[in-house]
Design a protein around this ligand. Structure first.
Ligand code: ATP
Ligand code: MG
Length: 370
């Protein structure tokens, strides 16, 4: 177990009143990894982070840090540091004093303290503003001070709860890059909670997707983007088109899925072992793998009615309605001179068999093995 910084083993948290905030959480986090915990509001992210830091008791299960079982240890005996969303800086102390605080508490000698603080202020780019008080800093600057304060004790693991949540869009983009850079420079393991899939996917080496108190998938950003395992993950992560039908036949790693009058030819990913004929099936197709026009090389074709185009920079997404209420997004790299659709126009949409991703059912507590 020593090669992992953090091991979370069958961890549960039930609050009084029977709120099950975390159910059978398992994860292994390597030294120096940047991990994001991603999920909708209330799914248990903060609770899990607080349990790792020792601020919340574990109802069942074990947490190991650097190979040591810390499940019953207080926060001060764990090699973790936590950065809260509200920053919680001391308002009457300067930037320097805020960062220095924990070293002073530990009784470190003055010159040594000063050296460490200046180093850290330099790392986060705040050495020029060391005499300011928090109220005289911008949100982004306060965020850097909070980060410096959390890092100064050189924890094995830094726990960050929505660290960029209160920043506006532009600042968030800048701080995302900075945070990643600081993480790489310090080599400290970061576990960051967020409900922004863009933040999670762009910064993390490993993404843990949660919903309903349970882990839905753990993987690299690419993994989760290209191989979502279940309906929740496919739906929550970016631009996936969702389809539903019934499995009519299977041949090797392919299945036919019937949806209304349509028959789709879809790949069964390796991790799905059992597929039964007649079973309800869900699959997803990424918007960037959907095409318009009749392409004879694509196994799947379906007609849709053009509804609208969404713009995001240079990328356009055309939206078609297949059946009432079932919309499909098609990413287009369109030039100014290219033609566009009229609302109500019919178009053939197609995608390759390999682009369809058969999905498992979501993780639910009632399906847990005893
Ligand atoms: N001290 C508590 N007592 C009772 N229930 C709690 C307590 N803390 C959290 N909960 C409940 O546990 C569940 C998970 O809460 P948690 O704060 O971990 O969610 P979250 O994923 O961090 O959500 P958000 O994105 O909104 O911050 C919620 O249903 C919440 O109401
Ligand atoms: Mg939270």
């Amino acid at each position: 177990m020593a090669e992992f910084d953090v091991v979370i083993e069958h961890v549960y948290k039930t609050f009084p009143g029977d709120t099950r905030a975390v159910i059978d959480f398992n994860a292994e986090i390597e030294h120096g990894e940047f991990v994001s915990m991603l999920g909708p509001s209330g799914c248990g992210k903060t609770t899990l982070l607080r349990m790792i830091g020792g601020l919340e008791e574990v109802s069942a299960g074990h947490i190991y840090i650097s190979g040591q079982d810390v499940t019953d240890l207080p926060p001060s005996h764990r090699d973790t540091s936590m950065m809260f969303q509200s920053f919680a800086l001391f308002p009457h102390r300067t930037v320097f004093q805020n960062v220095e605080f924990s070293l002073k508490m530990r009784g470190l000698e003055k010159n040594l303290r000063a050296r460490r603080v200046w180093d850290m202020l330099d790392t986060v780019g705040m050495d020029q503003l060391s005499d300011r008080r928090p109220s005289d800093l911008s949100g982004g600057q306060q965020q850097r001070v909070a980060l410096a304060r959390a890092l100064i004790s050189e924890p094995t693991v830094l726990l960050l709860d929505e660290p960029l949540g209160s920043l506006d869009y532009n600042l968030r983009q800048t701080m995302m890059v900075e945070l990643k850079k600081i993480q790489q420079e310090t080599g400290i393991t970061f576990i960051m909670v967020t409900h922004s899939q863009q933040e999670a996917m762009s910064m993390a080496d490993k993404v843990i997707v949660m919903s309903d108190a349970m882990v839905q998938q753990i993987g690299t950003s690419r993994d989760i983007h290209e191989n979502p395992r279940n309906q929740f993950v496919a739906d929550f992560i970016g631009n996936n088109n969702m389809f539903k039908g019934v499995i009519r036949s299977r041949s090797g790693s392919m299945v036919f899925v019937e949806a209304g009058e349509q028959l789709y030819y879809i790949r069964v990913p390796e991790h799905i072992r059992q597929v039964s004929i007649g079973q309800e099936a869900h699959f997803s197709v990424r918007a960037d793998l959907m095409n318009t026009g009749d392409n004879p090389e694509m196994a799947n074709k379906v007609e849709g009615t053009y509804v609208a185009t969404e713009f995001l920079g240079t990328l356009e997404t055309d939206v078609f309605e297949l059946d009432p209420g079932h919309f499909v997004h098609v990413e287009q790299h369109r030039h100014l001179s290219d033609s566009t659709y009229r609302v109500g126009e019919r178009e053939i949409l197609c995608f390759a068999a390999d682009s369809g991703m058969l999905l498992e059912k979501n993780q639910r507590p009632e399906d847990l093995a005893d």
